[in-house]
Design a protein around this ligand. Structure first.
Ligand SMILES: [Zn+2]
Length: 188
């Protein structure tokens, strides 16, 4: 399979291969086969990094992937609510069991930036500490807090990443900082 290239990034997605109206209820063996194809049968060529966006949770996809590739690390993405952090806790425990290093946490929709006065509003429970406890003596570091700005939704609808359409926006800066941070962490 030949990956689709957009903004200099090669991509492959289950979404490219299924009809929009088809619900994805693939489990177990089929899912494993598809993941295997995505890793081994896509003509990736030379890659700097392979980023795999996984569905939330601690299910078959996560375990299959851990068996297929030796991942350099797992980055947790969550929203600020306490209840969402419970899922992070579970995922961290699962990835640790299959020996995938945890890179850190990204807090998405961390706060809202008003397009009129640029004031920041914390919509959810408010900011959390930079280190959050997973289990006793084991915590996860927050690497980035991504705001929610109307422009990020607009750029998504247009299919142009915000780092291209509005590189000077706060969101873009946060994404670039996160990328640099991850590069350093993985380089180590
Ligand atoms: Zn305002």
């Amino acid at each position: 399979m030949i990956p689709i290239i957009g903004h200099g990034i090669k991509t492959m997605s289950i979404g490219f291969l299924t009809r929009e109206e088809d619900a994805l209820v693939w489990r177990g063996p089929i899912l494993h086969k598809v993941l295997r194809q995505f890793v081994k049968d896509v003509n990736w060529g030379h890659l700097d990094w392979l980023v795999v966006d996984l569905p939330p949770g601690t299910g078959d996809v996560q375990l299959s992937l851990a068996q297929l590739v030796k991942a350099s690390g797992a980055l947790m993405v969550t929203t600020p609510q306490q209840i969402a952090f419970r899922d992070v806790r579970r995922a961290v425990t699962m990835f640790s069991k299959v020996n995938v290093p945890i890179l850190g946490l990204v807090e998405n929709m961390s706060y809202f930036i008003c397009p009129h006065c640029h004031e920041k509003t914390e919509i959810f429970s408010g900011s959390h500490p930079d280190k959050r406890e997973i289990s006793e003596g084991f915590s996860i570091e927050t690497l980035a807090r991504i705001p929610i700005e109307p422009s990020i939704a607009q750029s998504g609808e247009k299919g142009v990443p915000i780092v291209f359409s509005e590189p000077e926006s706060e969101t873009s800066k946060k994404f670039m900082e996160l990328a640099e941070l991850l590069k350093k962490k993985l380089g180590e």
